[in-house]
Write a protein that binds this ligand. Sequence first.
Ligand code: FAD
Length: 121
Amino acid sequence: GYSQIDPPDVTELGRSTWTFLHSLAATYPVTASTTQQSEMLQFLTIFSKIYPCWFCAKDFKTYIEKEETKPKVKTQEEFGRWLCEAHNEVNRKVGKKEFDCGLWRERWKDGWDDVEKKSKN
Ligand code: FAD
């Protein structure tokens, strides 16, 4: 047969998409302008309608529309934390371990190099 790679399933698509989404947070402005905030909210709204796993998209759309869990996009820290919480919601739903959101920067922005040093200081 053809020696190509198969289309992504829900798992593969999810892993790649979380990499993309957390990278968005890692490069998001430390303090976002109103335009940048508005654009990120628009992106998340559209994303929740076109994500290519329809049942995933449906639940994510419900999540971002709920008053208590609406996207927080004023700062990089706030957005990174919000995204981590949103990802944890999916982790709970699919029976995966929750991630410690105090460590989102180490995982997606700064790396783990200085974590031990920091905790010793
Ligand atoms: P992933 O969950 O893909 O995570 C990748 C890596 O991110 C992990 O290895 C870890 O290092 C890190 N990580 C884990 N949790 C967090 C966190 N909270 N914050 C920051 N970093 C973290 N799958 C379904 O079966 N049903 C669904 O309804 C569903 N909905 C989804 C909705 C969205 C919006 C997305 C993007 C994905 C969805 N998925 C869903 C896919 C699912 O979330 C996983 O991506 C997939 O199961 C692969 O899991 P994984 O173990 O490779 O780790």
